[in-house]
Design a protein around this ligand. Structure first.
Ligand SMILES: [Zn+2]
Length: 249
């Protein structure tokens, strides 16, 4: 691969991991153990609700550890070996890494890491639960400032600038693949429509017209669109991308 190779940029969301059994909590009733989701991942209030916050993320970390990467995770990992390829994900699970991907831009953070708001250090805890009573920051020994290294509501996402640069640098020979997201959080629908390159979409279904908002995906605006589960679509997706990347070479 050289600097002249076309760039394959893959942007993924919850739909990628849904078939591994990890459902997005946004899709549910908005409640977890009687708490509003907003109370367990909110930058403005998390310290007040720290015990629930840690229980919530301990549960999610355990669920992710029990889940297995699916065919779509493995396909994306293979693309990273085959092409000049950047993987961007909104998912906080580590299924792409466990499928063999080695360089994933986790723009909303990672479940397997903790972070200390007091000193800024971050560290891996793998699949282990965090005990907020006994756990301490390994660097500054703070207890109350330690939190999951994921982006809460009302919080700045430090990797967004890097993500915007990758998306803004797309050129006509490049390929943008969007999988398993409707564009509600990051307006990837609009970005894909304005990108000067070929675009491929794989989602379960289009956003219904009464829910559609600016920035969200519109399947007919993509070069190719596959409307079915990601793992099921993997083989055809691979064929489409390999044709588009070969045309560009
Ligand atoms: Zn610290």
């Amino acid at each position: 691969m050289t600097g002249n190779d076309p760039h394959l940029v893959v942007f993924t969301g919850a739909g990628l991991s849904a078939e591994s059994g990890l459902l997005t909590f946004r899709g549910g009733d908005g409640l977890w153990e009687g708490h509003h989701i907003d109370q367990v991942c909110n930058q403005l209030t998390w310290k007040r609700n720290a015990a629930a916050v840690h229980r919530f993320y301990n549960d999610r970390r355990a669920a992710a550890a029990r889940a297995e990467p699916n065919r779509a995770h493995r396909l994306l990992a293979a693309w990273q070996d085959r092409y000049h390829c950047t993987l961007i994900t909104q998912n906080v699970d580590d299924l792409l890494e466990r499928a063999g991907a080695w360089n994933v831009l986790h723009v909303h953070g990672r479940l397997t890491r903790m972070r200390c708001e007091a000193c800024g250090s971050a560290w891996e805890i793998g699949a282990n639960p965090w005990d907020p009573e006994t756990g301490r920051c390994p660097k500054c020994a703070s207890r109350r400032a330690v939190r999951p290294d994921v982006i809460f509501f009302h919080e700045r996402a430090p990797l967004y600038p890097q993500m915007w640069r990758v998306l803004a640098d797309l050129r006509p020979r490049d390929v943008l693949v969007v999988i398993g997201t409707d564009g509600a959080v990051i307006p990837i629908g609009q970005i894909a429509e304005e990108a000067p390159c070929r675009t491929v979409l794989n989602v379960l279904s289009p956003v219904p017209p009464d829910r559609w908002q600016p920035g969200m995906i519109r399947p007919d605006r993509f070069t190719r669109a596959l409307l079915r589960p990601a793992a099921e679509a993997a083989e055809e997706l691979d064929q489409i991308v390999s044709d588009l990347m070969r045309d560009a070479a």
